[in-house]
Design a protein around this ligand. Sequence first.
Ligand code: HEC
Length: 115
Amino acid sequence: MECFSCHSADFKTNDFLVPELSEGYFGGGNKPLNEEGKVMPTPNLTPDKATGIGNWSEEKFVKALKSGIKDGEAALRYPMKPYPELTDKEAAAIYKYLMSIPSISNKVERNLTPQ
Ligand code: HEC
C-alpha cells in the first residue's frame, strides 16, 4: 500500500523495487506537503518505543488507521488519509508487520498547526 514511501526518510532515496532498502525504512522524517503547501513531516512507524509506535497497542493502531482517531482526537491530517476500507484483520496485519521490522531511533518534529 506504499505506506513506506511517505513514512521513510525521503522520496528521493526510496527503493520501490525492494522497499526495505529505502533509507530510514519506516523511520519517518519524509516531508510531503499538505493542501496549503506546508511540510507535514511523517511520523516514525518503527517499533522504537521512544520515537516510533512501539508503545502503541494493536487496538490503538487499528482505530487510528481506519478512522483517523487517536486517543479520542482526530490524528491523521492530509496527506495521511484514514483507510476505512481495511478490515480489522488487515489493519492488524499491518501493525504486526511494523512491529517486526528493525527499530529506528528518529524523533520527528511534527507540524501540529491546526488545518
Ligand atoms: C501520502 C503520504 C502518506 C502515506 C501514503 C501514508 N502516510 Fe501515514 N502519515 C503521513 C503523514 C504526513 C502523517 C502525519 C499526519 C499528521 O501529523 O496529522 C501520517 C501519520 C500516520 C500515523 C499516525 C502516527 C502518529 O504517531 O500519530 C500512522 C499510524 C500512519 N500514518 C500509518 C500509515 C500506514 C499504515 C500507511 C499505509 C496504509 C500510511 N500511513 C500511509 C503520510 C502518509
